[in-house]
Write a protein that binds this ligand. Structure first.
Ligand SMILES: [Zn+2]
Ligand SMILES: [Zn+2]
Length: 112
């Protein structure tokens, strides 16, 4: 049996701080800068093709400074496995699954 996939207990967006924060069921906390999350969009267009959609973004994107402020990110649940983020620029094609969000957690423990 596969280990259970941790799911978020709480997802909060702070436009003031420009972060999306996730409290996971296993107690882990992830804080994603909004601009990095926009760059980490998992859709085929942003990843460079359908065959690359399963790949993770370059972890470098979380080390780059934020270039843009996002004032109205809209977060919606997609089933019980993901969120869709609609960005100020209208882009909403990316489905951020729990699995992928956890894999790209930029905290010191996860990113090393
Ligand atoms: Zn995209
Ligand atoms: Zn982490």
């Amino acid at each position: 049996m596969l280990p259970p996939q941790p799911a978020p207990r709480r997802i909060t967006v702070s436009v003031d701080e420009q972060v999306l924060a996730i409290s996971w069921q296993d107690g882990h906390e992830s804080v994603y800068p909004l601009d990095a999350l926009r760059r980490a969009c998992p859709c085929a267009g942003c990843m460079g093709g359908h065959d690359r959609m399963g790949e993770l973004p370059d972890p470098e994107i979380f080390r780059l400074p934020s270039l843009q402020r996002w004032e109205r990110p809209k977060v919606e649940a997609v089933g019980s496995y993901a969120i869709r983020i609609t960005w100020d620029d209208g882009h909403d094609a990316g489905i951020h699954t729990w699995k992928r969000l956890r894999a790209i957690c930029p905290c010191g423990d996860c990113a090393g």
